[in-house]
Design a protein around this ligand. Structure first.
Ligand code: NAD
Length: 450
């Protein structure tokens, strides 16, 4: 699922998702002490990769084969956890890299899950609801015991939602009678054991993270979300909810986009009005009193906060030089490439990385799993208060560790992997250092590593 780059940069930058995740890992591993070479190799590779190929009868009577993946990267802290995405560009390499990201994300926010991810190569825009239901049921049957409440727990991701999770739950439950199977998936409809606030968790968590980060005064004239000019790429579960949460906090949403393009209004957009327009017209583009812009133009807007909330590799060597935002909050997974990270760092643009900024989703997924064990339902206020606490703690942990590098208390560990480490790593690298240290410690304590 890679973006198009100008040809000269495309040659220079390798956008293979596994390569990118290894580059990010190598950058962080250069600061982690006691990490043996063999352990590095172990942590880089997925624990289990499942590939299934299955036929579905389409509504017109024809039969089409679909390819599905489920990957568990690491289970040292507990069962695998990660989304299921339905997209025509899904590849095994992408799913592997996203499963790794989940390992680091869960470790960073102290959630007792390992990293997993899945996907089906399909285009939901050309499939009817009943075709999507049949794909989901058959995919779940093929996975059978690969997933499970204590093995691997799927959740929504790109082009999947609570309805998809209800179908997965129902299929798994039919295949495993006699058990409380609700914790097999999270992100279910509330009336089926879903957590209040799960749909809002990722987008709202992004805003909690942005608010906490701004309060650290690294941008002295912009210490709160209120009044910030915000541009948002993607208007789905993450982008639309984040837009509403930013708006509630008093930010001005100057631009929003979806797969068909973007809209811009210097006076500010009302996210509820944009959502209504999108329901009626299938896109945000064309809303009254807005200028139409491209997704590329949105990313390069002059703004305080840029929230990529769509696909990977959107900010890359081809456009990073033109980014004018002061803070990037990664709602999407992997929206920024390693080369872009370096360019943004040189320009003094801060990036709140995906494993920190969008961890609200897996956090409330974990709360859903806990509630399902006890057949309880926590109130929305309770869920949001817990989410806010956990996001604040995670931002504080990353920020404090980063400061230790700034004041020179911490240095690289003397290990050079793919590139020479810098004295003060960026926030992505610091977040990964913390996560890798935690997973490494648990691996050693459990005696998994000889
Ligand atoms: P979604 O399917 O609900 O929404 C995706 C949005 O992106 C849609 O508005 C779509 O129009 C837009 N989009 C698609 N292609 C685009 C393009 N080429 N340019 C611009 N916009 C485009 O998906 P989501 O759940 O909001 O997930 C978005 C991102 O956030 C993904 O990277 C996902 O992995 C990540 N994420 C999601 C969650 C979650 O809880 N849903 C949690 C963590 C991370």
């Amino acid at each position: 699922m890679s973006s198009k780059l100008p040809e000269s940069d495309a040659v220079a930058e390798n956008l293979d998702p596994v390569f990118i995740s290894e580059q990010q890992f190598d950058r962080a591993a250069a600061y982690v002490r006691g990490l043996k070479r063999g352990l590095i190799d172990f942590l880089k590779k997925p624990k289990r990769v499942t590939i299934v190929n299955f036929p579905i009868e389409l509504d017109d009577g024809s039969v089409q084969s679909f390819l599905g993946f489920r990957v568990v990267h690491n289970r040292v802290f507990g069962p695998g956890k990660g989304g299921m995405r339905y997209h025509p560009d899904v590849t095994m390499e992408e799913v592997i890299s996203l499963a790794k990201l989940m390992t680091w994300k869960c470790a960073l926010v102290n959630i007792p899950f390992g990293g997993a991810k899945g996907g089906v190569v399909c285009d939901t825009k050309t499939l009817t609801e009943s075709e999507q239901r049949r794909i989901t049921r058959r995919f779940t049957s093929e996975l059978f015991d690969v997933i499970g409440p204590y093995k691997d727990i799927p959740a929504p991701d790109l082009y999947t939602n609570e309805q998809t999770m209800a179908w997965i739950y129902d299929t798994y439950d039919v295949l495993h009678p006699g058990f409380n199977n609700r914790p097999v998936v999270t992100g279910k409809p509330v009336e089926m054991g879903g957590a209040c606030g799960r749909t809002e968790a990722t987008g709202t968590g992004c805003v909690f993270a942005a608010q906490r980060f701004l309060s650290k005064a690294l941008l002295p004239d912009r210490q709160e979300v209120a009044g910030a000019r915000v541009a948002i790429q993607g208007f789905g579960d993450v982008g639309a909810v984040a837009a509403q949460a930013f708006y509630r906090e008093g930010a001005r949403i100057i631009a929003i986009s979806d797969s068909q393009g973007g809209i811009y209004s210097e006076g500010g957009l009302d996210p509820d009005a944009v959502a209504h327009f999108k329901v009626e017209h299938g896109t945000v583009v064309g809303m009254a009193n807005t200028l139409t812009i491209t997704n590329a133009e949105l990313l390069e807007l002059d703004c305080d906060i840029l929230l990529p909330a769509a696909l990977g590799n959107q900010i890359n060597a081809g456009n990073a030089h033109n980014i004018k935002a002061r803070l990037i909050v990664e709602g999407a997974n992997n929206p920024t490439t390693p080369q872009a990270d370096r360019i943004l760092g040189d320009k003094g643009i801060y990036v709140l990385p995906d494993i920190l900024a969008n961890a609200g989703g897996v956090t409330v997924s974990y709360y859903e799993w806990v509630q399902n064990q006890a057949n309880e339902q926590w109130s929305p206020d309770d869920v949001m208060a817990r989410l806010s606490d956990r996001m604040n703690t995670a931002v504080d942990t990353v920020f404090n560790r980063w400061q230790a590098f700034v004041v020179g208390e911490e240095k690289p560990a003397g290990r050079v992997l793919s590139e020479e480490p810098v004295d003060v790593p960026d926030f992505r690298t610091v977040a990964l250092i913390i996560a890798i240290e935690r997973v490494t410690r648990a691996t050693l304590i459990r005696g998994i590593w000889p």
